[in-house]
Each structure stands twice: as structure tokens, then as C-alpha cells.
Write a protein of this length. Structure first.
Length: 522
């Protein structure tokens, strides 16, 4: 990483590019302001240097080049770290050279070299406060920046008599440059050290956090890497204030159970632990793809020929979990990640198996507390949480399929409680009446069967549901060739960062009699 703190390569690259965008803006404003000032002053006092037109041409060309790099590269392309480091050096040395040349060209205006020198020194200090750098690198780049200015003072002494002796004129410039570089180096060391401390603080066990890739009610998900293995992983951390003692114990047991799941469509869990300050985390395989929530939000309803294979893969993951006595409890589009694995497109991975999605009821009371995502929660989760089981996951999967083919949720309401009540009482609109894509009648029948109010009216198991899905006749709306092309185009798009959705997991307390909601995020 050279002179940057040891953080993830991508995070360091993205941070440096963002900082260069900031300094580009500041340089542009300051340089344009200086040019405007020169035009106004020279027009009022008529004291422009003899070669002022050359100075304008040189300065204008520099500003134009700055805009081309800023607007044409930094804001439009993802540059590599070496390329960004080159831009950093080029900005400083190029600007120092322009100021030095301008100071030399304005030799007949005696103070011009010092004005340019001061501006160049301000640029050295500005870089130290914006760009992450060690003090040593700042000294090296600062020296290259002010060197043309020192040369300009020597030229001015040679071409024009100065009001002070030549040695004083030159040594004074050297002193100002030296103090500016020293100040910039101190700033760089302080800011570099602080950033390094932050980087070191983003360490959990043997894992270094590279950057946040998602956030939800339970905590945040980071891209991370193991200190020795170096492979990319996804690390989910849950802060202490999100968990009580009982839930934390259950959280650990669930992670242990998840680590035993081996189905290809279940996200692999590698490790888990708890930091000294009480942050609980678990580590899973990193999926470079898109969750189904974002898929529909960005690309609209999906062809049935694509949806059926996705649902089949999720059925496989659920079938293994259910055989092991694990119920997901929060199947929803945001918890199903679509990615490419080994050049195979549209590989679905189910994440967050039953993690801190505790469903509880108060015996003998009319008030029941439930947890889940209202848009995908099963009727029994609302009316009788003790009955939540594999059939509840199938209900949620039916709601996911409904969302994929229609682009709309099964039920919409004014609030979470309204949606939950509709899951208990309302009849879903057949997806074929809402969809803009062709939905085979067999698929619609399966989805509505999954959305049956009574668990026993749904498919008997995930394996049975998979069997029914395999019998759905598929057309040619989504072929393997089209899938490969889609992923090739998708990889060119800006990275998707999964954030908290409006379908996030919630705890909902419902008074069955008066239906009074008390909402909170889990």
C-alpha cells in the first residue's frame, strides 16, 4: 500500500480517489479566483507584466487540464491505486511548475514571484490536509512542488534588480518554502496516524474490515479479510445494545448450526466470535452479486424462466435446513443473494438463517410479540408464533416469487401492522393480473398455494415445492446465454451496496383485539 495505512486495497483506492476529487474542486475554485483577481487588478491599475498574455495562456491551459482530469477521469472512471498516486504527484508538480513559470515570466513585476510562491506553498499545505500521506512522502512531493518557484526567484534576481539584495530575495523564498513543507509534513503525520489508528481499530479477531457493504436492523455487514488466508469474506457484526443475554446465547447456537449446513445454495459460515468490547460477529463467504430486493428495484420484474430456477435453488437450501431442524424465519428478497460462482450465472445463496429473529408469544395474553419482515411474514407468525415452522418459510418464499414476477409485494398497507393483518385475512391478487411478464399458469398456482393461510394447505415440504417447480413449463425468455450476457453487463455497473430496505426485519407487537402497533427494528 506504500504510504497509505494498511486497509483494504479497494477501500484505500476508493478513499484516495474521493480525496482527489475534493482537492480538484478546491484547486479549481482557488485557481479561477486567482485568475479573476489578476484580470480585475490589471484592468484597474494597468500594471500587467509585459508577458502577461503568456501567463494567462499557461494558467488557462493548466485549469483546463485540471478540469479534464477531474471531470473526465476522477468522476467517470475507477482508476487504479498507482494511477491515482500519479495524479496526486502530477497535480502538485504540474501546479508548482505553472506557478514557477508564471513567476519567471512576470519578472518585471517584482512581487509576482513571491505571490506565486505563497500560492504554491498554500497548495502544499492544502494537499497535506486532504490527501492521505506519510510525512516523508509529503516532504518529497512538497520539495518538487516548490522547486520551480525557487528557480523563478533566481531568474527574477538575474533579470531584474530587486528592492532587496539578491541573496536575501532567494533565501527568503527558500525559508518560506521550507517552513510550509515542514508544516505540511507535520499535518500529514498527524492525519496519517489518526487514519492508521482508525484502520487498526477496524479489526475483529483475525479479520480486518475493508469497508461496509450492507446495513440492516441487526447490525452492519463488512467486506473483510483474514490475516493469514487473505481471502475476501463478509463479516456481520451485531452491537451489544442490539442483544440481550438470552438472545446472544441463541445467536451463538444458531451460528454453530449454520456452520453445519453444506448445501451449495446456503451461504457458507467460516467463523464467529466476540470482541473484548462485546461486539458479536460471524464470518461468511463473500458474495459479489446483488440481492433480489435490489434486483427488482433496479431491473424490474423478472422473467418466470429466471425466477423458477432461483426458487428451486432456495428450496434446496431450505430443505437441508429444515431436515436439521433449522427454520429460517426471515426469508425475503434481501436475504437471497444472486451471484456468479465459478463462471456459473444466477447462483442463489440464502443468508441469515434464523439469526436473532426470535419469535415469542406471551401465554395467556392477547398481546403477542413477533419478529420478521411484514411483507413476507406468514399468517401463523402473526396469530400463533408457536406454530412457526418450515411451512412459514415456504409462505415467505411464495411471497418472494410473487415479488420477483410482479415487481410488487403481496400486500401493501399504511403500516406494518396493516400489512400483517392482511397476511392473516386478505386474499392475494393473482400475480398474472399484476405482472407485465408472462407467468405460466402452473407457476401462479404454486405461488398462490404457498400463500395459503393455513400451513397444511401449502406444499408439504421444500422438497415437495421443488418437485412442483420442476414441473413448470419454461419458455425461452431466459436462457443460459442471456444470463451470461446479463452478468457481463452487470459487472460493468457501479457496485451495489445493500443498505437497509423498507422491507427490513421488524419486531411488531400486536394487540389482537384492537390491533395497536408498537414498532421497533431488530
Amino acid at each position: 500500500m506504500g504510504s497509505w495505512p494498511v486497509v483494504g486495497d479497494e477501500e484505500a483506492r476508493a478513499y484516495l480517489q474521493a480525496r482527489l476529487v475534493v482537492i480538484s474542486k478546491l484547486m479549481f475554485v482557488s485557481f479561477v479566483g486567482l485568475l479573476v483577481y489578476m484580470v480585475v487588478v490589471y484592468s484597474i491599475f494597468h500594471n500587467a507584466p509585459i508577458l502577461n498574455n503568456y501567463i494567462y495562456a499557461l494558467s488557462g491551459g493548466g485549469v483546463l487540464l485540471l478540469v479534464l482530469i477531474w471531470r473526465g477521469l476522477l468522476l467517470r472512471r475507477q482508476l487504479t491505486l498507482p494511477q491515482l498516486k500519479f495524479v496526486d504527484v502530477f497535480y502538485q508538480v504540474g501546479t508548482g511548475s505553472i506557478f514557477g513559470a508564471s513567476g519567471a515570466l512576470a519578472y518585471d513585476l517584482r512581487a509576482s514571484a513571491y505571490i506565486c510562491l505563497i500560492y504554491a506553498c498554500l497548495l502544499v499545505v492544502l494537499r497535506a490536509t486532504i490527501i492521505p500521506s506519510t510525512g516523508r512522502r509529503t516532504v518529497m512531493i512538497g520539495a518538487l512542488t516548490v522547486l520551480p518557484m525557487i528557480v523563478a526567484t533566481v531568474v527574477n534576481v538575474y533579470l531584474e534588480d530587486q528592492e532587496i539584495p539578491g541573496p536575501m530575495y532567494v533565501s527568503g523564498g527558500v525559508l518560506i518554502c521550507t517552513m510550509s513543507i515542514a508544516l505540511a509534513a507535520i499535518c500529514s503525520n498527524i492525519l496519517y496516524g489518526l487514519r492508521k489508528q482508525v484502520s487498526e481499530a477496524m479489526q475483529l479477531g483475525q479479520y480486518t474490515l475493508d469497508g461496509k457493504i450492507g446495513e440492516g436492523g441487526n447490525g452492519a455487514v463488512y467486506r473483510a479479510r483474514h490475516a493469514l488466508l487473505r481471502r475476501p469474506t463478509a463479516l456481520k457484526m451485531v452491537l451489544p445494545d442490539r442483544l440481550d443475554g438470552d438472545t446472544l446465547d441463541r445467536f451463538e447456537r444458531e451460528v454453530q448450526h449454520m456452520s453445519q449446513l453444506t448445501h451449495a445454495n446456503t451461504v457458507a459460515v467460516y467463523d464467529y466470535g466476540r470482541s473484548s468490547d462485546g461486539v458479536f460477529y460471524y464470518v461468511m463467504e463473500y458474495l459479489d452479486g446483488i440481492d433480489l430486493e435490489n434486483l427488482v428495484a433496479r431491473f424490474g420484474a423478472q422473467p418466470a424462466d429466471r425466477v423458477v430456477p432461483i426458487l428451486l435453488q432456495v428450496c434446496g437450501a431450505l430443505a437441508e435446513a429444515h431436515r436439521r431442524g433449522i427454520v429460517h424465519r426471515d426469508i425475503k428478497p434481501a436475504n437471497i443473494i444472486l451471484s456468479e460462482r465459478g463462471d456459473v450465472p444466477d447462483v442463489a445463496k440464502v443468508v441469515d438463517f434464523g439469526l436473532v429473529k426470535e419469535l415469542a408469544s406471551t401465554d395467556g395474553q392477547s398481546t403477542r410479540g413477533i419478529m420478521g419482515t411484514p411483507s413476507y411474514i406468514s399468517p401463523e407468525s402473526v396469530t400463533d408464533p408457536d406454530r412457526v415452522g418450515p411451512a412459514s418459510d415456504l409462505y415467505a418464499l411464495g411471497a418472494v416469487g410473487y415479488y420477483l414476477v410482479t415487481g410488487k409485494r403481496v400486500f401493501e398497507g399504511k403500516n406494518s401492522v396493516d400489512v400483517c393483518v392482511q397476511h392473516v385475512t386478505a386474499t392475494p391478487v393473482p400475480p398474472s393480473q399484476l405482472a407485465n411478464v408472462h407467468i405460466p399458469g402452473a407457476l401462479e398456482e404454486i405461488l398462490l398455494r404457498c400463500l395459503a393461510k393455513k400451513p397444511e394447505a401449502r406444499p408439504a415440504s421444500a422438497s415437495e415445492l421443488a418437485k412442483q417447480l420442476r414441473a413448470v413449463p419454461l419458455g425461452a425468455d431466459w436462457t443460459e446465454e442471456r444470463a451470461v450476457e446479463w452478468w457481463a453487463e452487470f459487472q460493468k455497473l457501479p457496485a451495489v451496496r445493500t443498505v437497509s430496505h423498507d422491507s427490513e426485519t421488524r419486531s411488531v407487537t400486536i394487540d389482537i383485539g384492537i390491533r395497536t402497533p408498537v414498532l421497533g427494528r431488530t
